[in-house]
Structures are given as structure tokens and as C-alpha cells.
Ligand binder design. Structure first.
Ligand code: C2E
Ligand code: CA
Ligand code: CA
Ligand code: CA
Length: 277
């Protein structure tokens, strides 16, 4: 048993080293990724739940590594957050998203919003608000067409700073939504304090619809409406889920049932027929 324990420890140490090396390699590659043009922004369309009209899209970063191929954001965003590169990447995504969104058609009739994800690390950067303001100005995108998605855990890390940040963002005319709502630990009382526009029901709750468990999705929809907020469901994959959400009064839907994340060219060709129909 003694030698087995020792071998296990050696194997564990070797695995740690491999994991660390891979992390260091990824960080090095990530630093070059933007300059080399390996990062891209994809868009997943969002639709009015009742009418099916296109209302906006969420910007999702993509990394096409020259040797390793496609690397999922779930694999490199945490690394970028840890080493601080997320501020640089996040700002780049924001810039691209704002510039792309200025070219979206039909803006005069019903403005299409672009939703951009923001990490905790970005929020801690005191210059973030100024950078966002600069990006808006240089892109020319009307602020009301930009929405930032913040996660609950991010907001709960430092509530006072988060609230101040949110007021500054709203002061610029930008919209705010809470992403993955219901998965974190935020107190409901904070919904009174947070100057937000929208709650996003996490896909783990949408997945359980319509028959399994619907209590949480139901509660989030009533909660949002009780606070005068809009509510969006993400990860909608089946017509049954959509029917349930329509019945429950959800405002906006996003998911594979309607469209997968796509590049900006594909998004524009999807927009044109919808807008002119
Ligand atoms: P998220 O913000 O919760 O984004 C939703 C994720 O669900 C996306 O994965 C999207 O492709 C996926 N999805 C959409 N519809 C469906 C569906 O019907 N079924 C299923 N099973 N999945 C669906 P993706 O693009 O891989 O992004 C993963 C996460 O990476 C995002 O989760 C977000 O937290 C993060 N992320 C992506 N882009 C950025 C970014 O620019 N900045 C930051 N900070 N985080 C980002
Ligand atoms: Ca999101
Ligand atoms: Ca989400
Ligand atoms: Ca998520």
C-alpha cells in the first residue's frame, strides 16, 4: 500500500506538470492570437418569444488555433481571466461587436441589440468604463443598441463596486442583463439595487422544460416581470420548450432551435430576408 501511494503521488505530480505546461503554452498562444487574427466573433440570434421577430444577437468569441484547430471559449476564457488577458480580449470582442452591429439592417424600425459578455476581471479594471465609452464613440453604435451580460457571481464578489459600475454603464445609455440567472448565489434583495434591464434564464433550467421541472423558470419569469425587467431564455432546443416559454410569458428566446452561433456574414444574410419580408 505504501509503494502504491508513492506511485500515485508521482503520477499525480506528472499530471500537474503536464496541465501547467499546457496552461502556460495556451497563455503564450493566446497573447499572439489577436495580433495573428485567430480570434473571431460569432453571433447567436435572439428572437421575440411571441412573434418570432429577430430582436438582436449575442456576441460569442471564437478561437481558431493554426495547429490545434477550434478551441472552445469554455477552455480559454478561464485561462484568459486568470492571466489578465481577458481585459484585452474582451475589449477586442466589444469593438468588433459594436462595429458589426452598426451594419445590421432595420435599425430604424426596431433597433437590433448586440449583447456582449463581460468577465469579473474586466469589471475590476478602473479604466473599463472609459474604454467602453471610447469603443461606442469610435464605432458610432447608438448606446441603446448595446447590452452587456454580467454573471451573478461577478456581481456578488464586490457588490458596492458592481453597483457603481452598473450605474456608470447605464449612465452611458447601455443596457445590462444578468447572465446564467439562478445558478449563482445572489440574494433576491439585490434585484432592487441593481440597475438592470433583463434577466437571462440559464440553459440548465431551460433544458428541464417543459415536463420535468419548470418551477425555477416560472419563478424567474414572474420575478423579472415583477421588477419590470425583460426576461430571455437561452439554450432553447425544442418546440415544446418554446411553447412552454410562450405560455409562461417569456420575452426573448435564443437557442439551437432557431439558430446556432454564426459568423457575421451568415448573420447578415439571415437578417436581410427577415427584415424585408
Ligand atoms: P454563455 O454566455 O452562457 O453563452 C451561451 C453558450 O451556450 C454559448 O457557448 C452558446 O454557443 C451555447 N448555446 C447556445 N444555444 C444553445 C443551445 O440551444 N443548446 C446548447 N447546449 N448550447 C447552446 P459558447 O459560445 O461555447 O460560449 C461558452 C461561454 O464562454 C459563454 O457562455 C460565456 O460565458 C463565455 N464567452 C463566450 N464569449 C465570450 C466573450 O467574448 N467574453 C467573455 N468574457 N466570455 C465569453
Ligand atoms: Ca452570455
Ligand atoms: Ca448564459
Ligand atoms: Ca453559461
Amino acid at each position: 500500500a505504501k509503494s502504491l501511494g508513492k506511485n500515485t503521488f508521482v503520477a499525480f505530480k506528472r499530471e500537474m506538470t503536464v496541465a501547467t505546461q499546457r496552461r502556460v503554452a495556451m497563455e503564450r498562444d493566446l497573447r499572439k492570437a489577436i495580433d495573428r487574427g485567430e480570434l473571431d466573433v460569432y453571433y447567436q440570434p435572439q428572437f421575440d418569444c411571441a412573434t418570432g421577430v429577430l430582436v438582436g444577437a449575442e456576441a460569442l468569441v471564437r478561437w481558431l488555433h493554426p495547429e490545434k484547430g477550434f478551441i472552445a471559449p469554455a477552455d480559454f476564457i478561464p485561462v484568459a481571466e486568470e492571466c489578465g488577458l481577458i481585459s484585452h480580449i474582451g475589449l477586442w470582442v466589444l469593438g468588433r461587436a459594436c462595429r458589426d452591429a452598426t451594419r445590421w439592417p432595420g435599425r430604424d424600425t426596431a433597433p437590433l441589440t448586440v449583447a456582449v459578455n463581460v468577465s469579473a476581471r474586466q469589471l475590476r479594471d478602473p479604466a473599463f468604463i472609459d474604454r467602453v465609452s471610447e469603443v461606442l464613440q469610435s464605432s458610432g453604435l447608438p448606446p441603446a443598441q448595446l447590452e452587456l451580460e454580467l454573471t451573478e457571481s461577478l456581481l456578488m464578489e464586490d457588490v458596492d463596486t458592481a453597483v457603481a459600475f452598473m450605474h456608470a454603464i447605464r449612465g452611458l445609455g447601455i443596457k445590462l442583463s444578468i447572465d446564467d440567472f439562478g445558478t449563482g448565489y445572489s440574494s433576491l434583495a439585490y434585484l432592487q439595487t441593481f440597475p438592470i434591464n433583463k434577466l437571462k434564464i440559464d440553459q440548465s433550467f431551460v433544458r428541464q422544460l417543459p415536463s420535468e421541472r419548470f418551477e425555477i423558470a416560472n419563478a424567474i419569469i414572474s420575478l423579472a416581470h415583477g421588477f419590470g425587467l425583460r426576461v430571455i431564455a437561452e439554450g432553447v432546443e425544442s418546440p415544446e420548450q418554446l411553447a412552454w416559454l410562450q405560455h409562461a410569458g417569456c420575452d426573448v428566446v435564443q437557442g439551437y432551435l432557431f439558430a446556432r452561433p454564426m459568423d457575421r456574414v451568415a448573420l447578415q444574410s439571415l437578417m436581410t430576408p427577415v427584415q424585408s419580408a
